[in-house]
Ligand binder design. Structure first.
Ligand SMILES: [Zn+2]
Length: 364
């Protein structure tokens, strides 16, 4: 349709002018290269021989049917026609003008990004900043929301499933004598009964640690695992109970649920790039072998340390015992000692803080 009678805008005028650019034409399946010219006019594309008067088209198609490869530096662009033949052109600028006309401003933006590397870098930097912001600010918020909406049955399922996996892979039944086990469990109950969840909210599981050595950790459902090796290393019951009170603190503050969600969220973020998020996150939440090696944040550790000191004092136990155990572990095993130290770095600062906390509990 000719629109000579209306007032044509510049864009409309340009859109109606035929577009042409030079290159070579390659018939489908052939290695022949024919010097040719691409002509686009009113929605139709024709490839015509460059040297002959454009009587016979080598290939034709609608603009919507042809595919143009993305611009990568100065690499010649390929225009694939409906019959499978390919037109190749070095005239990237001309092709861009044509594509811009076809796709509008949106295409121009993407094409410009691909063309100008400094701008591409800016986009990459923006994406990195967004990921960092998500990790730093959004993920903790999402974790809090997830914790808030978690139905009580979920931590129980996770706890049971993680313990079953650990029993299968890492842990062995405790080799402690029956009398020692009973006594530990009784004292643990008395201690846990002083916390808001009471004794019913917790279960003590005694296990041989093997590879994970002298260790203790809490699961989201209030299951607390204590290894024989830690019991053997401790020089008093209060040292063991101090560790258990610390783990009770992790449960009361829902640290292990938060830690699991954070790890799940992180692997989700990482796998957003193109993996199966669902399966990976489910693995993490239910298998939980990572749980043993994942450290809590330093804030969580301090919170649990404070909790331990307060609970021990309330139970009439020695709140200083936990600090003494950490100091001795650090001295005997050093930083690379593994076990409890691998997830609970006993830095001098931490031990000092523990002692101050315990002493203030004793004063009150
Ligand atoms: Zn801890």
């Amino acid at each position: 349709m000719w629109k000579a009678s209306t007032l044509p805008s510049d864009a409309a005028t340009e859109a109606e002018q035929p577009f042409a650019c030079d290159g070579t034409w390659h018939p489908p399946g052939g290695s022949r290269a024919v010097p040719a010219r691409l002509v686009a006019d009113r929605g139709r594309v024709e490839i015509v021989p460059a040297d002959v008067a454009a009587e016979v088209a080598l290939a034709t198609g609608l603009e919507t049917e042809v595919e143009v490869s993305a611009r990568v530096g100065s690499i010649p662009r390929r225009v694939v026609l409906p019959d499978g033949s390919v037109f190749v052109s070095h005239d990237n600028d001309a092709l861009d003008r044509w594509l811009q006309r076809r796709h509008g401003a949106g295409y121009g933006f993407v094409a410009a990004l691909e063309r100008f590397h400094p701008r591409l870098l800016v986009v990459v930097a923006m994406i990195v900043a967004l990921c960092f912001a998500t990790y730093r600010y959004a993920l903790p918020v999402m974790v809090e929301v997830a914790v808030a909406v978690t139905p009580p049955v979920a931590p129980q399922m996770m706890g049971r499933s993680v313990l079953a996996t650990l029993d299968h892979s890492l842990l062995a039944p405790s080799a402690l004598g029956e009398g020692v086990q009973d006594s530990l469990k009784r004292q643990f109950r008395d201690l846990a009964d002083l916390s808001p969840r009471k004794a019913e909210g917790f279960t003590l599981h005694l296990r041989r640690g093997g590879r994970i050595g002298a260790n203790a950790f809490a699961l989201p459902d209030g299951a607390i695992i204590l290894t024989d090796e830690l019991v053997e290393l401790a020089q008093s019951e209060d040292e063991i109970l101090g560790v258990l009170a610390h783990e009770i603190g992790h449960v009361e503050h829902e640290h292990s649920l938060r830690r699991l969600y954070l790890a799940a969220g992180l692997s989700g973020l990482i796998m957003l790039a193109g993996g199966d998020i669902g399966a990976a996150v489910e693995d993490l939440l239910m298998q939980g072998s990572l749980l043993v090696t994942l450290s809590y944040s330093r804030d969580h550790e301090h919170e649990a340390d404070r909790y331990s000191a307060a609970l021990m004092a309330r139970a009439g136990r020695d709140p200083l015992a936990l600090g003494r155990l950490f100091a001795r572990l650090e001295e005997e095993l050093g930083a690379g000692g593994g076990g409890l130290l691998s997830t609970h770095p006993a830095t001098g600062e931490r031990i000092d803080r523990l002692r101050r906390e315990a002493e203030s509990q004793l004063r009150d």
